[in-house]
Design a protein around this ligand. Structure first.
Ligand code: ATP
Length: 284
């Protein structure tokens, strides 16, 4: 296991423009996280503490990570990720040591966002766990959050799809005391997500993203992103037989003819199950 590297902190290039749907969610994130990061003086003036921790919860693939990165990108904040499962170490004291280093790094490089993915895996309810490590890690996380000094300049975002599995002590005031539910997209949200993920694609005019948004009920953001990629690959497969791959580089006239067609999306759709359905199928 490697120690925390300096270069783990960086400002993501993601913006709110990269997020489809989730309008209400973005609004809440801006108010709860962006405002205090940008203007801690507002909270000082009001005599209230800026939120230190915000919990994003909801099913996988709907953009929790994306949203967290976008706030960091928009506020020029360093983004430091803690992968829930990865931080758990069998060696006594090592996980806590890593947490302390990450918090220190965040404070030194403030403004910062510490993103804890799958926070339920590092901070499960203490009564539910048998392992000593989990108990110590939860305690360490609590004390680090209580000790955060850079008022408003370091925000911890936790993501989980099982909010009720995390230790209740973490959800008390001064810790993860704000929660935002990140829901699967409706038709309009799906349309926006499809628009975002086809932004750079040469789409044939017959491709109707409206139609695709209609047909993809149950698809989350990650599914729609995969669908667009798969359609693009299929368009390549369609023209591949006509290409001379031995060529040094493909001539621009040939490149210009490459487009993604409606049939590419439909052929991709036929082979893809939305994650919502996959989960249902697995459970049965
Ligand atoms: P997990 O719980 O699996 O980590 P998550 O909710 O954090 O899921 P992300 O990792 O943010 O989901 O989403 C995966 C990818 O799916 C994103 O990188 C993005 O390409 C796409 N995606 C998901 N949601 C959206 C969205 N609302 N708008 C645009 N793209 C999205």
């Amino acid at each position: 296991e490697k120690p925390v590297k300096e270069d783990q902190a960086s400002i993501p290039k993601v913006t709110y423009e990269d997020i489809g749907g989730l309008e209400e969610e973005v609004k809440k994130v801006r108010e709860m996280i962006e405002l205090p990061l940008r203007h801690p003086e507002l909270f000082e003036r009001l005599g209230v503490e800026a939120p230190k921790g915000v919990l994003l919860h909801g099913p996988p693939g709907n953009g929790k990570t994306l949203l967290a990165k976008a706030v960091a990108g928009e506020t020029n904040a360093n983004f430091i990720t803690i992968g829930g499962p990865e931080i758990m170490s069998k060696f006594y004291g090592e996980s806590e040591e890593r947490l302390r280093e990450i918090f220190k790094q965040a404070e030194e490089n403030a403004p910062s966002i510490i993103f804890i993915d799958e926070i339920d895996s590092i901070a499960p309810k203490r009564e539910d766990v048998s392992g000593e490590t989990e108990r110590r890690v939860v305690a360490q996380l609590l004390s680090l959050m209580d000790g955060l000094e850079a008022r408003g300049k370091v925000v911890v975002i936790g993501a989980t799809n099982r909010p009720n599995a995390i230790d209740p002590a973490l959800r008390r005031p001064g810790r993860f005391d704000r929660e935002i539910e990140i829901n699967p997209p409706n038709k309009d949200g799906r349309l926006e997500i499809l628009q975002i993920h086809t932004r750079g694609m040469p789409l044939e005019s017959e491709v109707s993203l409206e139609e695709l948004a209609d047909l993809t009920h149950g698809y989350v953001g990650a599914d729609l992103s995969a669908l667009c990629k798969e359609a693009a690959i299929r368009s390549l497969r369609r023209i591949l037989p006509d290409l001379d791959l031995e060529m040094e580089s493909i001539p621009i006239e040939v490149l210009n003819k490459i487009t993604v067609k409606r049939e590419d999306f439909f052929s991709a759709l036929r082979e893809m199950q939305p994650s919502a359905l996959r989960e249902v199928l697995v459970e049965k």
